[in-house]
Design a protein around this ligand. Structure first.
Ligand SMILES: [Zn+2]
Length: 309
């Protein structure tokens, strides 16, 4: 079975062809925050139609970076990402424009499904995943079921639990001081501005972890402070996940892992120092291909939907 996966991300749309759990082709369309889905839809259609001719495609999976009702295939809220996505009829669009049946998923849930079906979480029914991209995506599988909740909100808002009273306002939720506002790719510029350490890093117009790593390698004190701060907040999230969902495995994914092995080492050491799990030790695993978790998960979601799961 072959599916096309479309990951509507904060700064780009990633697309892929997945055949029986293996990514066999991929493409990327740049977009900007707040762009309408219907502004990028024609470009998505062009890529999909080319792949339909080349590969023979059975179905389509779409991941949206916000809360999603996967049963009704509706986006429930947009958080300034693809604002016209709310109530947009994605399944009808896929049927009319591409002639394909479609599934719609929250992007973090899709990443969890990808790692569950084909990656780091294979073989376990109890794990939580944190995907570090533009923001912080979280999903959990508990006792063999993807945690969704009555309003499709459970788990997915974990990066928005307030952690610092009087912290920075969040761009993705109405709150302040949540993990995403305190330590994420989009928050880096604000984190740098709020620090008392002086550094040319503060003048960078588009700060991301790739750039931060370059400063870090040169021994920049601010880059080192921001890295430690991120590890601290992300460890708080992982400890919260350990207590909320009682996982045997914690999985890390997302493009920020391109930082290198030092990032998960720092993070997991911090968790180990502070977490209390009298039953034993949580296993830590990394996504095999951090940037492919969502695409593979959409394939798995489509497969599961065919099986009525
Ligand atoms: Zn937030």
């Amino acid at each position: 079975m072959k599916t096309i996966a479309v990951d509507l991300g904060g700064s780009s749309v990633k697309l892929g062809v997945v055949a029986d759990g293996v990514l066999i082709d991929s493409a990327k369309i740049n977009c900007r925050r707040g762009q309408e889905f219907q502004a990028v839809a024609p470009e998505i259609e062009v890529v999909c139609k080319k792949w339909q001719r080349s590969y023979g495609i059975d179905g389509l999976g779409i991941a949206f970076p916000s809360l999603v009702d996967p049963v009704e295939k509706r986006v429930l809220g947009h958080n300034n990402k693809f604002p016209d996505g709310v109530d947009f009829p994605f399944a009808d669009w896929a049927k009319e424009r591409l002639g394909l049946p479609a599934v719609l998923e929250n992007d973090a849930n899709a990443a969890a499904l990808g790692e569950w079906g084909y990656g780091a979480a294979q073989g376990t029914g109890d794990f939580a995943l944190m995907i570090l991209g533009t923001g912080i995506g979280i999903a959990a599988v508990m006792e063999g079921r993807l945690v969704r909740g009555r309003h499709y909100q459970a788990g997915n808002m974990f990066g928005h639990i307030p952690l610092k009273r009087g912290g920075r306002p969040c761009r993705a939720c109405p709150g302040t001081g949540c993990a995403e506002a305190q330590a994420s790719t989009w928050a880096l510029k604000d984190m740098a501005a709020d620090s008392s350490i002086d550094s040319p890093l503060k003048q960078e117009p588009d700060l991301n972890f790739k750039l931060l790593r370059q400063y870090y390698d040169k021994g920049d004190a601010l880059a080192r402070e921001l890295f430690q701060e991120c590890c601290g907040y992300w460890a708080n999230c992982l400890i919260g996940l350990a207590y909320a969902y009682d996982p045997e495995v914690l999985v890390l994914s997302g493009g920020v892992l391109n930082w290198g092995p030092e990032l998960p080492e720092c993070l997991f050491q911090e968790v180990d120092r502070r977490v209390w799990t009298p039953w034993g030790k949580i296993q830590y695993r990394l996504a095999k291909n951090p940037e492919h978790s969502v695409l593979l998960g959409l394939h798995y979601a489509y497969h599961r939907r065919l099986e009525g799961k």
